[in-house]
Design a binder for this molecule. Structure first.
Ligand SMILES: [Zn+2]
Length: 422
């Protein structure tokens, strides 16, 4: 049993290295190198060296540098990563293999430099510009990245250096080539995501994507791998949200086709900002009149909060006794209860915890304007809630109330630790 779990933790070469007193001269397999590289990126140089010093069987920083030198990171398709990406894809479920291709542009400092590792001058653009001119000084990097649709994974698959503009036709070719290479690995790329910068709009146009007030919108073109498939183009989420907001607050209507209304059982076919405003009103409504659904969601969140803090207070009889088990709430739906019972133990928030969560919820609702505007910090919210919760019925040892508040507010809202000036 122990042997098995050690084997799942370390690769064969790592186990060999553990047996040696001197690590130098150990040979590492690609898998170990990759695993170690992830660790190195996650903990930084200091953290990684600490792991090495404490005797973890990992390759040295020098080994990493030497291995990375051999990898070709030249502009274009990153050919070297495709074999390992292919292996990753083999382990994915069919659903996981659906991915979007994201185009991201970042500005870089223009400079010409001699790169000794490839033995030539770098800093010139690697794509023609929109006037079809070759080689200008690089000002931007255009990065092609895959992103999983059903699960969270990302992989950069190519990049190019460009000047202030790029030739849409060439980028289209690069993009289609990339999509075909990815599909060869077994991935399904049906969507291209980019922001709505002028260059990207030129690319859309090149692919036949058009949309405007007086034209019928075309948001797909023929898929490069199959004439019967479609390749869709969508702007990135912030742009979708922004366009939607402008559209709705300008009181322009969106009408949903009747087939979708029927299929999803919507109560009407109109999308209006009024409904969002109504939701906002409900959300800010009086707390004692919570509906069943609201009560259940709150109860579920309370359960999650309790689960999060249990490990921190385990061992204290007063704390544990006060929050575990608890009174049954009569009107909890089956689904909510099932969610509470995930994991190995049965955890339900006690009535006192639930009351406390209601206090926190009330406080969050009172502060909703400041929260949405990003004007209030997490610390401030916590101090507000603590004030409101001072008279509540929970143990005072082990900062149970404080921990509950911190975890609940984090679960409920994403609040910045400090206030970033807008
Ligand atoms: Zn305690």
């Amino acid at each position: 049993m122990l042997k098995q779990s050690i084997r799942s933790l370390f690769n064969e070469d790592q186990l060999n290295a553990l047996g040696k007193t001197v690590r130098r001269g150990s040979t590492w397999c690609d898998e170990t190198i990759q695993k170690a590289l992830k660790l190195r990126l996650a903990c930084g140089t200091n953290g990684y060296n600490l792991l090495l010093d404490s005797g973890y069987p990992l390759p040295s920083e020098r080994t990493h540098r030497r291995r990375l030198e051999n990898i070709n990171f030249c502009p274009g398709v990153l050919k070297e990563i495709f074999p390992s990406l292919g292996r990753k894809v083999q382990l994915m479920s069919p659903l996981e293999r659906h991915a979007v291709l994201m185009l991201d542009e970042m500005s870089i400092k223009p400079a010409l430099e001699f790169d000794a590792s490839v033995g030539r001058i770098i800093g010139n653009s690697t794509l023609k510009d929109s006037q079809n001119k070759e080689y200008s000084l690089t000002t931007h990097a255009l990065v092609f990245m895959l992103g999983g649709m059903s699960t969270h994974w990302k992989q950069t698959v190519g990049y190019h250096f460009t000047g202030p503009s790029f030739c849409a036709r060439v980028v289209k070719e690069v993009m289609f080539d990339l999509i075909m290479k990815c599909e060869e690995l077994g991935l399904s790329i049906d969507t291209v995501v980019s922001d709505m910068g002028g260059q990207n709009q030129a690319l859309w146009k090149e692919c036949g994507i058009i949309g405007g007030k007086y034209t019928k919108t075309t948001n797909y073109c023929e898929h490069p791998c199959d004439v019967n498939r479609k390749l869709f183009f969508i702007p990135d989420t912030p742009h979708i949200m922004k366009s939607l907001r402008n559209h709705l607050t300008g009181h322009q209507a969106i009408t949903i086709p009747s087939c979708i209304v029927d299929e999803l059982g919507f109560i009407c076919n109109e999308v209006k900002v009024d409904y969002v405003e109504q939701l906002f009103e409900i959300d800010s409504g009086y707390m004692d009149e919570l509906g069943d659904d609201e009560n259940n969601s709150l109860f579920y969140l309370a359960g999650r909060t309790v689960r999060q803090i249990l490990p921190q207070i385990s061992g204290c009889y007063t704390c544990e006794g006060a929050i575990e088990g608890g009174d049954e709430l009569s009107d909890v739906s089956l689904l909510t209860e099932l969610k509470d019972y995930t994991g190995s133990s049965l955890i339900k928030p006690a009535k006192s915890v639930f009351d406390m969560i209601k206090i926190a919820e009330r406080c969050l609702r009172d502060q909703r304007q400041s929260i949405l505007k990003g004007e209030i910090s997490h610390a401030t919210i916590i101090s507000f809630v603590s004030e409101g919760a001072s008279g509540c019925d929970l143990p005072t040892c082990h900062n149970v109330i404080g921990k509950l508040i911190t975890n609940y507010t984090r679960t409920r809202f994403h609040l910045s630790e400090s206030i970033i000036p807008m």
